[in-house]
Design a binder for this molecule. Structure first.
Ligand SMILES: Cc1ncc(COP(=O)(O)O)c(C=O)c1O
Length: 406
């Protein structure tokens, strides 16, 4: 997508605005499947928590993707978007047995990540094929909030608890169809994936009726020009070879599953915001935009660094700016960042705004959430309208006058 197209979309749909490039999603999907083309049975479960707009789900479904859902509401959204139950995988963390039962009743594959629920579910449904999430105790990920496979993490069943796990499976006679792990996000080093894969293979040797192994995700994507990223092609070559060798040893062609979020949608997303005010202080020049951490929380939450460009003045001379939001707390998107000279009214474009951006947005400060547009075949299609005052009031109930007066 070009800056002039983004600028035109900001004019057409207003700001702030999320824009997603369908072509980039498609090319990332194809890149991943090509990297693992030597694996007989490959399945991609898009981690829909990254970006769950129904139009995006439909786009990925048409490319051949399945879904990774972490709440019953995500499962319902997936079904609404046209996925069949067997195309959806439920990999929640810390949810109730009731929610797991409800999802199972919809015909969706469930993944269990603790021994307590495993024992209860297995006792009730010994014949239902279940996947289990292993915690491989690998410290990996770009930030502690997205490192989820280490020993202090709440995710998964420790590999050291395998003897207990196997005992539960034998006692309940339950059916373990798959093993899953996910060590974190933003993992650059492919050796981490290969090392964790060996732990998964070791765990898999304890179960005789497996159908699949799910390696989770965590691929690091580039955040600016010439940035480093996980070498998917190299990982594809090395992991496919190890996976195929494991299948030969196991005596069955298992399905290899990945559940990428960021890899598929991060780079496809652009967040456009207008500069409300340029404010020179004694220490910096602030560019204050018509947004804040209510719309894009990642820089404040994880310290993620989104490349920012002034698409209203693409050829402008670069100056240093601190880009901040309008929220009544410090919400700094970038400090001392070189950006083309900014004037009030200019549109700034934040890159890598596809994953965990809109999906983490809120109505904090009683602001509306932005609209979303999908750029497809050279045209922008509105896929979520800008909110209105009615949206803010929806589900709010005023007190009856008799109670309010007491
Ligand atoms: C279980 C699980 N799978 C997949 C993902 C997607 O990870 P990423 O966006 O890094 O691809 C996540 C992210 O939080 C996750 O928790």
């Amino acid at each position: 997508m070009q800056s002039k197209d983004l600028l035109q979309l900001a004019e057409q749909f207003g700001s702030p605005l999320y824009v997603y490039d369908a072509e980039k999603i498609k090319s990332q999907y194809e890149r991943l499947t090509k990297a693992f083309s030597k694996v007989e049975k490959l399945r991609i479960n898009y981690a829909m928590k990254a970006l769950s707009n129904v139009a995006i789900l439909q786009l990925l479904r048409d490319l051949g993707s399945c879904l990774d859902a972490v709440s019953i509401q995500e499962v319902q959204l997936g079904l609404h978007a046209g996925y069949s139950p067997d195309q959806i995988f439920f990999t929640p963390n810390g949810v109730s047995l009731e929610e797991i039962e409800e999802v199972h009743a919809l015909g969706v594959q469930i993944n269990i990540d603790n021994l307590s629920i495993l024992e209860q579910f297995g006792t009730k449904h010994p014949t239902v094929p279940v996947c289990i999430r292993i915690n491989p105790h690998v410290m990996a990920g770009g930030n502690e909030n997205i490192s989820v496979g280490h020993i202090d993490s709440k995710f998964g069943i420790s590999v050291h608890q395998l003897p207990h796990l196997v005992r539960i499976v034998e006692n309940t006679n339950m059916n373990i169809a798959g093993i899953h792990m996910h060590t974190g996000s933003d993992i650059l080093d492919i050796e981490v994936f290969l090392y964790a894969a060996e732990i998964l293979f070791d765990a898999a040797r304890n179960f005789k009726n497996l159908e699949f192994l799910d390696f989770g995700s965590g691929f690091k994507v580039p955040y600016k020009k010439d940035d480093i990223e996980t070498d998917i092609e190299e990982l594809g070559k090395k992991l496919s070879k190890r996976f195929n060798a494991f299948c030969a040893e196991y005596g069955k062609d298992l399905t290899l599953i990945f559940e990428p979020g960021k890899f598929l949608v991060s780079e496809a997303g652009f967040f456009l915001a207008k500069v409300n005010v340029v404010k020179q202080t004694t220490s910096t020049v602030f560019a204050g935009i018509d947004s804040g951490f209510n719309h894009l929380i990642r820089p404040m939450f994880y310290g993620s660094s989104h490349h920012i460009e002034n698409i209203s003045n693409p050829k402008g001379k670069e100056r240093f700016y601190s880009v901040v939001g309008y929220i009544c707390e410090t919400d700094t998107f970038a400090s001392n960042r070189r950006i083309q000279e900014i004037a009030e009214g200019d549109i700034l474009c934040f890159r890598n705004a596809g994953a965990y951006c809109y999906s983490m947005s809120s109505n904090y400060n009683s602001r509306y959430k932005p609209a979303e547009v999908l750029w497809i075949n050279g045209e922008g299609h509105l896929i979520r309208a800008h909110e209105t005052f009615e949206d803010l009031l929806r589900n709010q109930i005023s007190l009856p006058a008799s109670v309010a007066k007491q």
